[in-house]
Design a protein around this ligand. Structure first.
Ligand SMILES: Nc1nc2c(ncn2[C@@H]2O[C@H](COP(=O)(O)OP(=O)(O)OP(=O)(O)O)[C@@H](O)[C@H]2O)c(=O)[nH]1
Ligand SMILES: [Mg+2]
Length: 638
């Protein structure tokens, strides 16, 4: 696993930052205030080269109880945590509180690091070890290895590095497929460079040039640059610490807690159904609608807890709750969250999100409770609707038949899941098929950007051919879905789609003065050539126009009805062409048949042009060839 986040946890002053510095060579306390007070205040970050050569991202958290909200923002993405305990002091309040938080957040792997062993004798250290072991009973660190170190004198540091290496070799990588999700933990502006945000990429991937959404507030921005461990990269995948340079945002608009995501995928929500637990060591019971501090990802809000099936929640109990948030945030099914009491602020519990977009509930409704109980059985799998969406994400588009085949869900379940997703705007219909909204937006964006750059490159061209534009979409897109997509963009007045060409809406090619002159000269040339016009190559040469712009110039002249196309090489001035049709008409008004020689003489042209015109008329079903002459088919209509 290349992408790996290693974090610290533990009481204030127990040696976390100095330990990180011994491991990585980086002092992560970068704030002036931190230096002055000798404690960490905000999260610290550093790249960490493991003995195996892999590079992990380190998140160093502050231990002081006043900065637990910062610790919470950093803890969410850790793959492995070092619980740091001072060998002299032993277990202290934030050792416990951090442990509770890590446990609630579902962190799975950890090492207990006993620090400052140069200050404690062997016997004392053994006592502290026993005390810690007892504290870890029943937690994810119950069987975690211990490592004693002195960060100042270097004892145990190499052993700790190797231990971290070994323990992270076989961790399961995070999912790089699916929509992008990057909870922001820092945002700043670099003069002349713009807004930079950092965070742990928890799902999906991000590429330079991509358009992403920042929710809240729900703005779109373009990814101008990406760094992983201070190195420029083109793409970053789930599990990495990344810094994104975003264009199109002001610093004010991006705060810790917002999420960078695929456009259209996440919406902010202020009602969340959860299964919540009050810790056994919580100091008192929680009453219905009590306010608490609610922490999810790197975001936080004050929330009131609507207890759905009881009036009070006692320490050690677990129940179903609708959280009413004061400030909306981004949540997804299965996300863990932490709650802290309103005042004084201590960690009292947490749980898992069951439904991030529920309707407003009333209490003691058996229907609501049994539905949430069902969701609770498998809160991380995400139920049918999330499963269906993950399938759609892979398939890109799929109709009903395909969905049944791929999900193996029955029609009723698919209908119910789709109904919910369509209502929430997560899925949209495209003809007979379904597509994730964020994907659809991505493709729309791709087509529009291509059209923009096409028009820029070929200012005279009336549009790009329908078929070559389709080439931008994945092959999973059926013709019918593509046509529907174009129709939709047209009805939103973003494009004009004709049977053969597609252009941006309202596009009128505007020839530059120089182009205008050449175009006028070309028109004059074809007019004077009349029924013996030059080849396109000759014409371009004579007027001094760029041969490479042949298609652009001639399709412009065609679209302006100045020229009529017979073949790639041969065009006629439209008045000359009209005369040829008129000659044909007049001839057939009095006679049944027409030979090539007759037409040549009528038109006063050469055999070559007469033949090309007649073949063209045949093709347009105006005439038909019978042996060595033509008969009229449908002349009147033209
Ligand atoms: N003697 C000795 N002192 C240490 C050792 N590690 C850290 N210290 C000292 O302990 C103090 C606190 O260390 P930090 O690393 O800042 O502690 P911290 O856990 O990061 O503290 P917060 O981030 O504020 O929670 C500093 O004065 C360090 O010099 C060690 O191994 N031996
Ligand atoms: Mg520190």
């Amino acid at each position: 696993m290349e992408q790996l986040i290693i974090g610290t946890a533990g009481h204030v002053d127990h040696g976390k930052t100095v330990l990180i510095s011994a491991l990585t060579g980086v002092d992560t306390d970068r704030l002036k205030e931190e230096k002055k007070r000798g404690i960490s205040i905000d999260l610290g970050f550093a790249p960490f080269k493991l003995p195996s050569g892999r590079i992990a991202g380190v998140v160093d958290v502050p231990g002081h109880e006043r900065f637990i909200h910062n610790m919470l923002a950093g803890a969410a993405g850790m793959d492995l945590v070092m619980l740091v305990v001072d060998a002299s002091e032993g277990v202290m309040p934030q050792t416990r509180e951090h442990l509770d938080i890590l446990q609630i957040l579902g962190i799975k792997n950890g090492i207990v690091v006993i620090t400052k062993i140069d200050l404690a004798d062997e016997e004392w250290r053994e006592l502290v070890k026993d005390e810690i072991r007892e504290e870890l009973q029943g937690t994810f660190l119950e069987n975690a290895p211990f490592q004693a170190v002195s960060a100042l004198e270097g004892q145990g540091i190499e052993e700790l590095k190797r231990l971290i290496d070994d323990m992270t070799l076989n961790l399961e990588p995070r999912s790089a497929s699916g929509p992008l999700r990057l909870p922001i933990d820092r945002s700043f502006v670099i003069a002349g460079f713009g807004t930079v945000i950092t965070g742990t990429l928890v799902q999906g991937s991000v590429r330079i040039g991509e358009t992403v959404a920042v929710v809240p507030p729900g703005l779109e921005a373009r990814v101008r640059n990406i760094q992983v461990h201070d190195q420029d990269v083109k793409e970053a995948k789930a599990g990495s610490r990344v810094a994104l340079n975003l264009s199109g945002l002001d610093k004010e608009e991006v705060l810790r807690g917002s999420v960078v995501s695929s456009p259209g995928y996440y919406q902010e929500t202020s009602l969340i159904d959860v299964s919540a637990e009050l810790l056994a060591r919580a100091p008192r019971r929680l009453k219905n609608l009590d306010p608490v501090h609610f922490f999810l990802g790197t975001d936080r809000s004050v929330a009131r807890l609507l207890l759905l099936d009881r009036d009070e929640l006692s320490p050690g109990e677990n129940t179903l709750v609708q959280c009413r948030l004061e400030r909306p945030l981004v949540a997804e099914r299965g996300d863990p969250f932490v709650i802290r009491s309103y005042s004084p602020m201590t960690t009292i519990g947490g749980g898992l999100v069951l439904d991030p977009y529920p309707p407003r509930h009333r209490r003691f409704r058996s229907g609501v409770i049994s539905h949430l109980e069902e969701l609770k059985q498998d809160p991380t799998a995400g139920g049918d609707s999330a499963f269906l969406r993950s399938k759609l994400d892979e398939l890109i588009t799929a109709d009903n038949v395909r969905l049944i085949k791929e999900t193996r869900l029955d029609q009723d379940k698919i209908d119910a899941a789709l109904k919910e997703d369509l209502e929430r705007g997560l899925v949209q219909k495209l003809g007979n098929a379904y597509i994730l909204t964020y994907k659809l937006k991505e493709f729309e964006h791709k087509l529009l950007t291509e059209l923009e750059s096409y028009h820029q490159k070929y200012p005279l061209s009336p549009g790009i051919s329908r078929a070559s534009l389709r080439g931008l979409l994945p092959r999973a897109f059926q013709q019918r879905e593509y046509d529907t997509l174009l129709e939709q963009l047209q009805s939103r007045e973003l494009i004009t789609a004709r049977s053969d060409l597609v252009s941006l809406h309202g596009l009128k090619p505007e020839p530059s003065p120089k182009d205008k002159e050449q175009i006028d000269n070309l028109a004059a040339l074809y007019r004077s050539g009349w029924l013996q016009p030059p080849s396109t190559k000759e014409a371009l040469q004579k007027t001094g126009a760029d041969q490479n712009r042949r298609d652009e110039i001639f399709s412009y002249l065609q679209s302006m009805n100045v020229l009529v196309k017979i073949s790639e090489e041969l065009y006629f001035h439209s008045e000359a062409y009209q005369e040829a049709v008129e000659l044909l008409r007049r001839h057939f008004a009095g006679q049944e048949t027409l030979t090539l020689a007759q037409f040549r003489d009528l038109a006063g042209t050469s055999r070559k042009y007469a033949q090309a015109l007649l073949e063209h008329f045949d093709q347009k079903k105006m005439t038909r060839r019978v042996e060595d002459h033509r008969v009229a088919v449908k002349l009147a209509l033209d």
